[in-house]
Structures are given as C-alpha cells and as structure tokens.
Write a protein that binds this ligand. Structure first.
Ligand code: 0T9
Length: 400
C-alpha cells in the first residue's frame, strides 16, 4: 500500500534530499502526502484566542505593572497551542494548506464566564505571494483587541528548517488606552531525520508596553541548564530599572513559575491542563465560499480518505481558479479587495512604541507594507454578511 512504512520512509528520505536545494519559500516545497494537513495556515491565527479569560484579564488589573505581567502570562499561555497542537492532535508537525488570497477564517469564542463574554476572530489571507495572514481578535465587552499579521522566511541547513516570522501584533486595552507591541519568535523544525517534525522556538521575543514595561522572552530550547525542550526564561522590566520586577521560567509547553523581584514564587501555570475554549464557526453550509473550511472541504475529504490523487486534483482546481482570477484582475486593471484589512506604509501605533525602544520597522514590512485592521471595511463586510444570502437577486439590487 502507498502508506506502508517502507514507502513512507522512502518518500521521506527523498524529501529530505530534495530539501538540500530548498529556496526559502516554504509553500513551494513538495512534501510527501502523509505529512500534509487539511488545515489551512489562515486558521493558525486562532491560537491567539483559545484562552479568552487570559486574553481579557489584563484590563481588570488597576496597576500598569500587573497589567504588563498579565499580558505576558497570556502570551506565554498561547505558545503551547501555537507551536505544539499539531503534534498533539496529529502526532507530528504537518504541512498546512497554503491559503489563497482572500481566504477567511471567522469565528467566535463564547466564554461561559459572563465577565469575559464573546471574543471575535477575523483572519484573512491578505497576500499570497509572499504569503501573509492578517488577524484581529476583538472582545467588545472588555474593550480588548489584538491586531496582527504574519509571514515567514525560511532556510534549510544541517537537517533543520529555520523560520523567521515577519510581522507583529498589537494588543490594545480601551479602558487604559494602552498598547502592547508583541514581536514573534523565530523557530526551527526538529525531528526531521526521524520523520516526526516538531517546532522549537529560539532566540528572543519581546512585548513592549506603551507604559514603559518591556517583557523579554528568552527561548533556550533543550537548554543545557534544564535539559528540557521548550525551555524559556522571561523577565518583565520597567524602562532602565536595574532588575526585573518579575521573572517567569519553565517550559512553555508544560509548567512555568512566576517569581517576583525577590525571587519568591508567586504563581505557577500548567499549560497542559489549562482548559481551552473552542472556537465557534458557522456551519459549513452557511459559510461564504471564501471561508477556509468551505473552500478546502473537498481537499480535506480526499486527504481524510487517503486519496492523494483526488487531493492533488482538488488542490489544483483551487490553484487554477486563483490563477484565472488574478489574470482577469490584471486584464481589468483591478486588484483583489481585502475584506477586513488594509496595507499601510506607516502605522502610528506601531511607530509610537517601536521608535522608543529602537525596534526597526523595516524588517516588519511585507512587500513594503504593514497590514492593519480596518474598522470601516469590517462594518461593510458585516452588513453584507447580515443581508439575507438567499434573497432573490432582484430584491438585493433594490436593497442597494
Ligand atoms: C503563525 C506558527 C506559524 C504560523 C507556522 C513554519 C510552519 C508554518 C508557519 C509560524 C502561527 O501564529 C504560529 C506555528 C507553526 C509554524 C509552522 C510549523 C511548520 O512546520 C510550518 C512549515 C510551513 C511546514 O509545514 C514545514 C514542513 C514540516 C512539517 C516538515 C517537512
């Protein structure tokens, strides 16, 4: 059978050999079928919001230092889902579907806690070449909003894939009129040789607050100190204070401990046992053709059935449709309209923080632009979605 372990290891070793001449664009690499997932990369934005109670928690803190600590705790709590959930669900890291331009992933986290309320997710593929996903998580009730975008640059050497993330996220707290600039860690893929890839984070990432606090997360991986994978140490420090106000260390996929300035344990967090809130999606029948699950449903079916011929046939259909669309747009001198986000050359909220801390804007841009959430576009898209979809065409024209 095509999935026997012998042919599996055969196709895997030829895949590894082909990686030697890898070009940098992850989406262009052809991986063996058993490593393919039926989840599109546009869905990955959801990992930011699976703990809505931690997401809104900062706004309930009256002290700016505790708010910054609360933001850091939420960020650290997202890492396990962001970077290990494919391994947990599917047994290893898998190659996601490459989203098409305009692909959407929309949903809402309905918290059982009335204090938390609903958190809306909007994720949109705003660029296909290079791939860029933009997202917004909005909790109206508590005035908490995360806006961000994400692209990747990759390289292959010494049997690992190294990935730099391009883009950042901004967390806004209405009640305190505060912004947090969140940078994204770089990562690499381990376990390629044995055919069971998983993500390890490396170097550092930062959360800069408009109140002057900086959180630095130092990822040591399977560090020589602890010997455990996914190890990290994070510090929270105000401006040029001589020592951190808080230190958090442990494993981002496991347990971590919060210590105060006197190195006293004040809290511990167990990420494996911390419950997550599932994202609620519209039923497939009610989704728009641009929504990820709907658009890729035939590919997902074929993959689930292990029918790789049908998988690539269904994928090609989507790719060809997209090529046709781009051709048509070019002929008509039009450009695909993004539904929820806009490309801008400068983002004042980013600049206000980045200029203070000396964080460069140039590495943040994709194709020369930042991507920002567009409230006006969103209002229009919401109004359109609220219009009865099955209404006769004539009636729709009258309604306009
Ligand atoms: C944003 C996240 C990102 C996306 C993924 C590198 C990767 C695609 C990008 C950075 C999310 O917020 C966080 C988590 C995991 C990242 C993925 C891990 C991964 O392996 C893929 C790439 C495209 C591959 O699929 C490489 C193939 C690999 C499974 C082995 C051959």
């Amino acid at each position: 059978t095509p999935t026997s372990s012998a042919s599996k290891s055969g196709s895997w070793s030829s895949f590894l050999k082909s990686m030697a001449s890898f070009s940098g664009d992850l989406t262009s690499m052809t991986a063996p079928p058993f490593i393919l997932s039926s989840t599109s990369l546009v869905e990955y934005s959801a990992y930011w919001g699976e703990n809505p109670e931690l997401f809104v928690a900062p706004t309930f803190e009256a002290d700016p230092e505790l708010r910054a600590l609360s933001v850091l705790k939420w960020f650290l709590a997202t890492l396990r889902r962001q970077y290990t959930s494919r391994n947990e669900k599917l047994g290893s890291e898998k190659k996601p579907l490459n989203p098409f331009l305009g692909e959407l992933f929309l949903g809402v986290w309905k918290s059982e806690d009335p204090k938390v309320g609903d958190t809306r997710l909007i994720s949109e593929q705003v660029s296909h070449h290079p791939p860029v996903t933009a997202y917004a998580l909005i909790n109206e009730k508590n005035g908490v909003r995360l806006e961000g975008y994400n692209g990747q640059k990759a390289g292959f050497s010494r049997m690992t894939i190294s990935v730099t993330q391009i883009g950042h996220a901004l967390l806004h707290l209405d009640q305190w009129d505060e912004d947090y600039l969140i940078t994204l860690p770089s990562l690499h893929i381990e376990g390629l040789v044995t055919g069971s890839p998983f993500v390890e984070l490396n170097k550092k990432s930062y959360i800069y607050s408009s109140t002057g606090y900086t959180a630095t997360v130092d990822y040591s991986g399977r560090g020589w100190l602890s010997g455990k994978k996914n190890s990290f140490t994070a510090t929270l420090q105000k401006d040029t204070a001589s020592k951190p106000a808080y230190t958090i260390s442990g494993q981002w996929s496991g347990d971590f401990v919060v210590k105060d300035a006197n190195k006293k344990d004040i809290e511990s967090y167990t990420s494996n046992s911390h419950p997550t809130t599932p994202l609620t999606l519209a039923p497939i029948e009610a989704q728009s053709p641009l929504e990820s699950r709907k658009a890729w449903s035939k590919v997902a079916e074929a993959l689930a059935a292990g029918d790789y011929e049908a998988t690539s046939a269904e994928k090609s259909k989507i790719e060809n449709e997209q090529r046709e669309l781009r051709k048509k747009e070019k002929e008509e001198g039009k450009e695909w309209q993004r539904r929820y986000f806009s490309a801008v050359e400068t983002d004042p909220r980013f600049e206000a923080i980045a200029s203070k801390v000396g964080f460069s804007a140039e590495t943040e841009k994709t194709g020369g632009y930042f991507w920002v959430f567009d409230g006006e576009k969103t209002k229009r898209a919401d109004a359109e979605a609220a219009a009865p979809a099955q209404a006769p065409v004539a009636e729709q024209v009258v309604a306009e």
